[in-house]
Design a protein around this ligand. Sequence first.
Ligand code: MG
Length: 375
Amino acid sequence: MKIRSLKLYEVPLPLKEEYSLSGGKLSVTELTSSIVTLETDCGRIGVGEACPWGSTYLPAYSMGIRAGIQELAKSLIDCNPIHIDHINAVMDTSLPGHNYVKSAIDMACWDLLGKVCDLPLYALLGGRFQEKVRLQSSIPCGTPEQMMNAVRTARGQGYQVHSCKVGSGYDEDVARIERIIADAQKDELFTFDVNRSWLPCEAISVMNHICEGNIYFEQPCQSADQCLQVRRATSAPIILDECIQDFQDLFKARAGFAAEAVGIKLARVGGITKARRMRDFCVMAGIAMNIEDTGGTIVSDTAVVHLATATPRDFTRATWNCCQHHSVKTATGGMRFDNGWATLDKSPGEESPGLGLSLDFECLGPAVVSVEQPV
Ligand code: MG
């Protein structure tokens, strides 16, 4: 089997509401998603997606995907797409780094492997550990009252885990956190996600002031070293997210006991293949995970639900679905939202292979990159 053609579609995703993070320093109103199709010489089509959260969240942006895929395409035509470790080696040799560019291609290869094997993706990633995957809400930064009301709305939609964005400094962040926690319900879990915005001194002050059970703080500072400094001076559980870009980052974090949990986002770490390796390491090392992507539509939301479904329940803290933030539907099938949880579409024995999705090409519009095998 060989890759015969590669196509890239770009889809604007206007957000339902402006989204503010890092204490209001960063905000996003529209994302651009990149959807890749790989067609094989036997007529099968695999689908993948990558969508940076704007251009300020990570060293990633949508036009970078277009340029990177144009650069990679010539090396991928004629490769066997279900030899996925080999595909990743080809991509890493042809274009070192640029994880987010590779994630959509890697996802499309997994979709193809599922179609060839006639198995749903989760079965290829370890098998079913969970019937449904817990989702977390994502609460943008705002005033204490705005954020508490947003948590209440999410609670009404069934979410029991809430990721609340903070990061503007001791006084404002303590006010936000205390307002939200005062309104918390039994069995709810809270993450206060700083998105790299605190200095270590601010992080230590806020985290030691709050000191409540079962509250996690995510990516308090810019660098892994700064976060480790905070870890050593506080006792609240820490999730590392943006600073875990590859396996070495994860290994170093474990060696320094820097975090109790990590966020594994497909596009940040280079796709399902590398996320699965990190997932397996986390299970062996006793590290909990949020398994997510950096953004996207039902395609990437479904991919993360497959990976989370195939991960032991005790290790999966929560998963985020970007579809909660926009109304663009690029495909039918895939994951379904079920009162704060995500389920895969069909019952065992009736499942669609691979991701289990059918693309809506009308929504995608014309391809912006199309590379074919020379005849
Ligand atoms: Mg985060």
